[in-house]
Design a protein around this ligand. Structure first.
Ligand code: NDP
Length: 502
């Protein structure tokens, strides 16, 4: 049995929660999506509080940016160890806040966040921020240095709250920047736990501050003249606004946006493996994963077998008490999102006229009484879909798979690329040469062969086309938190000049 505690959240600035700065501010009621019970009151941050958070980060920047990387690394490694030690409590909170099963938050959300913190702490301690030097000619050489950007803003989506906060703050702080972070208004609880862990690990006050609220807080942050960079995770439509206002001040941006990713089952694929991949790509986290492979392309000749195996395995999707270790499927995150997903399912049936293989907009059966008010939805599969259907073209961000039959590999590559988004893509097949050849042609920044969804700290991830700008994680992920300085040194004793006496 998990204790139910009601939490209050106030902006966390300069190493402390700031209830006095919340006087008169609006509040947000946070609920547990599995039951709709209220779990927290979030006090949103008015502009004066956001200004305070930015000045606090700005004041901390001078000292933090000149702290040697190896010392910054030690603090971040301590924070990673604390995260791991507190995984159980953090996972409980994240489960209550997002509605994801504990079996998921305790094994994915917290550990993969800690992995990234460890990765960047180790990287900057082992030369990851070094520049290069090279001779230009016998009398001259060039060297480069990397400098942190300043005060950076992190704006998170609601689907992987603490993981997103860590994927942004780890490289940001490791590179010597300071951050003001705004979580999604729907899932804000993790932010105070994270800032307290950083503090306990020895992070100086002001290096990582948290403000709360919805789009208006995000918008104020992205326009703020004291901000050097915005790292944003969210929908394409919001990303456009954020990039637009950041562009006014020529701020650096990283945009991690939505997708409508293709999963291609090649004709020689192992059907069981491909079905497992399609299920992970659609039902993990109740389908609320940006890289979901929601367009599942299956050879026409394999359709019957694929559908049969999928239907057999659908019984392994187990909604239920989120703290039961067998539960692997939770509710959707919020009422507004639930309405959106149910709306798409109804549209699929009534307007797109797609064939419903299983699921649909009806109630989820067999839930404990306490959960019947929650935001549950059935895992849903449409089959025999066509490319122009709305459920096939738009990001649903819920557990809704569309199966699309195809005849030739050449045709399927063209159809897979026929989308303005390019976040992820993947293939299942035995002929590895063919797999690589298809991957080469797919227009997406994150791709998988014979698997789906794994995103380790070492692997840079970011979307193509409208799915994003820049990458997170891996060595490349660090580059987006620093600016380059190139220095040319002339040692010949005189300046090469055209203005010499003739
Ligand atoms: P939203 O775009 O609705 O919100 C993202 C964040 O932006 C929230 O914190 C939100 O605040 C804030 N925000 C809203 N309006 C503005 C604004 N005008 N200026 C600045 N910030 C603003 O996305 P969701 O939270 O609904 O997240 C789901 C989306 O995120 C999906 O499209 C998914 O694909 C994408 N995503 C992409 C990932 C990637 O790595 N590519 C990873 C995870 C998700 P609030 O919500 O508090 O109102």
């Amino acid at each position: 049995m998990v204790n139910k505690i009601h939490h209050d959240r106030h902006a966390f600035i300069d190493g402390a929660a700031q209830p006095t700065l919340s006087t008169g501010s609006k509040t947000i009621r946070a609920v547990d999506p599995s039951t709709l019970e209220e779990i927290a009151t979030i006090y949103t941050s008015p502009p004066s509080t956001i200004d305070r958070a930015i000045s606090s980060a700005s004041e901390a920047f001078g000292s933090w940016s000149s702290t040697p990387p190896v010392e910054r690394s030690r603090i971040l490694l301590r924070a990673a160890a604390l995260l791991r030690a507190k995984t159980h409590d953090l996972a409980i909170l994240e489960t209550q806040s997002t509605g994801k099963p504990y079996s998921e938050t305790s094994t994915v959300d917290i550990p993969t966040g800690a992995d990234v913190l460890e990765y960047y702490a180790n990287l900057v301690a082992s030369g990851g921020l070094n520049g290069e030097s090279f001779p230009l000619r016998t009398s001259a050489w060039v060297y480069t240095t990397k400098a942190p950007l300043g005060v950076c803003v992190g704006i998170g989506a609601w689907n992987y709250p603490i993981q997103i906060a860590l994927w942004k703050s780890a490289p940001c702080l490791a590179a010597g920047n300071c951050m003001v972070y705004k979580p999604s208004e729907f899932t804000s609880l993790h932010a105070e736990e994270l800032v307290k862990i950083y503090k306990e690990a020895g992070l100086p006050n002001g290096v990582f501050n948290v403000v709360y609220g919805g789009g208006e807080v995000g918008s104020y942050l992205t326009k703020h003249p004291g901000v050097a960079k915005v790292s944003f995770t969210g929908q394409v439509s919001t990303g456009r606004k954020v990039a637009g206002s950041a562009a006014g001040e020529m701020k650096y941006v990283t945009m991690e946006l939505g997708g409508k990713s293709p999963l291609i089952v090649l004709p020689d694929a192992d059907v069981d493996n491909a079905v497992d991949g399609a299920m992970m790509a659609n039902f993990f986290s109740t389908g609320q994963v940006c890289t979901n492979g929601t367009r599942v392309f299956v050879p026409k000749t394999m359709m019957a077998e694929f559908e049969k195996r999928l239907l057999e395995k659908m019984r392994y999707v187990r909604p239920g008490d989120l703290f039961d270790e067998k539960t692997n499927f939770g509710p959707l995150v919020s009422r507004v999102h639930w309405e959106k997903v149910i709306g798409y399912i109804k549209h699929g049936v009534e307007v797109d006229r797609a064939k419903l293989l299983c699921g649909g907009s009806g109630e989820v059966q067999g839930l404990p009484v306490s959960m019947r008010k929650g935001l549950w939805v059935r895992p849903t599969v449409f089959t025999d879909c066509t490319d122009e259907m709305r459920i096939v073209r738009e990001e649903i961000f819920g557990p809704v798979m569309s199966i699309l039959p195809y005849e030739s590999v050449e045709e399927v590559v063209k159809r897979a690329n026929d989308t303005p988004m390019g976040l992820a893509a993947g293939v299942f097949g035995k002929d590895i040469n063919q797999c690589h050849d298809v991957i080469r042609q797919l227009e997406a920044g994150i791709t998988w062969v014979n698997t789906w969804g794994e995103s380790p700290a070492e692997m840079a991830v970011g979307g193509w086309k409208q799915s994003g700008v820049g990458v997170e994680n891996g060595r490349k992920g660090l580059e987006s938190w620093v600016k380059n300085k190139s220095t040319l040194v002339e040692m010949g004793g005189s300046v090469p000049t055209v203005f010499a006496k003739l």
